[in-house]
Ligand binder design. Structure first.
Ligand SMILES: Cc1cc2nc3c(=O)[nH]c(=O)nc-3n(C[C@H](O)[C@H](O)[C@H](O)COP(=O)(O)OP(=O)(O)OC[C@H]3O[C@@H](n4cnc5c(N)ncnc54)[C@H](O)[C@@H]3O)c2cc1C
Length: 344
């Protein structure tokens, strides 16, 4: 949809809710093109086979993350994904209520053509959920403090090459590259395993079948420690090779400077990001921890750069962003058409 530059319009998605009105520059929204959904549903998963599993960690770390590749050839999943979508995994066994484990989603960490170049091998970046148990509801045992292991993440990380795994998908219809990627520039923001889809998208943009994309691409990766920087060598080498690709590491528990992705972008606004947000070609992608959105939206409002990226509904206003609290933001602030968001 093309709209007049700089004017105010009711935009895509706003049709459903006329109280959303934003100011936008031309063009406002990416054309995402066709996408397949749920070719394989959780009720009838197909069998994939693990073809590789590698640790993503750089030295000793408090986290355990693996890059796991699964062969889905001969199933309806083969060739059905686009970079940015997710696949489902069903762990064997039953949950506490005696029911088969529910499907868990994992973002594709490979380009549309898969790890093998023909869409038969999909991959993801999976982090083991490991913690000490803590009660979440009043009915939970308040005294318990045993080891808590996430069911599916640990199952997936434990799998060995050759093991079979039940898979479903594709899932997700909006967190995608535009059908014509050359029409846009990209700000990819990740926390933790939120880097997974960008590992696929950056490979697609810079090392796909045609010439490398001429788009400007900024990747901002936030982790607690440098040892948690996933695919760090790859992104650093792409930044060396491609003038238009910029890789920003943001470390939150550094002894030197404690930084979060929104504060980093705030600090670098005048030197790097203001012109990027003001550029009508720019799309912003956010992937990773739930909660990363609110800091970004507040910061964009503070800089007067919300147009197309953030939509605010009454009674909140952009001008009064300082007064936004978590509860009111959840109800009244949402992504605009130039923001693509996958948080979990
Ligand atoms: C679209 C999408 C994409 C995703 N992509 C990825 C990805 O690329 N990589 C990735 O690693 N994950 C990804 N996830 C998350 C993934 O789907 C799973 O939620 C995650 O792996 C945890 O699943 P699990 O079965 O290991 O944990 P579960 O067994 O489901 O346990 C986690 C749940 O247990 C509870 N819990 C957590 N900690 C505690 C505690 N200390 N005490 C008591 N209860 C607790 C919480 O309610 C939590 O939801 C994605 C999710 C979505 C929706």
């Amino acid at each position: 949809m093309l709209l007049m530059s700089g004017s105010y319009h009711t935009i895509q998605g706003a049709e459903k809710n006329p109280s959303y009105t934003v100011a936008v520059n031309d063009p406002i929204a990416p054309e995402l093109g066709e996408v397949q959904m749920h070719a394989v549903k959780p009720k009838a998963p197909v069998v994939g086979r693990v073809v590789s599993t590698e640790s993503c960690m750089q030295g000793r770390s408090a986290s355990f993350v693996r890059h796991v590749s699964i062969d889905v050839s001969g199933t309806p999943l083969a060739g059905s994904f686009r970079a940015g979508q997710a696949f489902g995994v069903i762990a064997p066994g039953e949950d506490g209520r005696g029911k088969a484990h529910a499907v868990r989603l994992y973002s594709l960490a490979c380009p549309t053509l898969g790890e093998d170049g023909s869409g038969n091998v999909v991959s993801t970046t999976v982090k083991r959920v490991i913690d000490e148990y803590s009660a979440e509801k009043e009915t939970d045992d308040q005294e318990a403090h045993h080891l808590f292991l996430g069911v599916c993440s640990n199952y997936l990380c434990d799998l060995k090459v050759g093991d079979e795994v039940l898979v479903t998908g594709p899932a997700g219809k909006r967190f995608l590259l535009p059908a014509d990627p050359s029409k846009h520039d990209y700000l990819f923001i990740a926390t933790g395993t939120g880097i997974a889809p960008y590992y696929g998208m950056v490979r697609e943009l810079l090392q796909g079948s045609g010439d490398p994309a001429s788009s400007e691409i900024h990747l901002v990766m936030g982790t607690p420690y440098t040892t948690d920087l996933l695919y760090d060598e790859y992104f650093a080498s792409m930044a060396e090779e491609h003038e238009g690709f910029h890789y920003h590491r943001v470390i939150s528990r550094s002894d030197v400077r404690r930084e979060y992705v929104d504060r980093y972008i705030d600090r670098e606004m005048d030197s790097t990001f203001r012109s990027f947000f003001s550029n009508p070609r720019t799309l912003m992608y956010l992937c990773g921890l739930e909660g990363m959105e609110s800091g970004m939206y507040r910061m964009l409002a503070r800089h007067g750069l919300s147009e197309g990226f953030v939509e605010v509904k009454e009674p909140l206003t952009l001008e009064e962003h300082e007064t936004w609290d978590a509860k009111s933001m959840k109800r009244n602030v949402k992504s605009g058409p130039r923001s693509l968001v996958e948080v979990y």
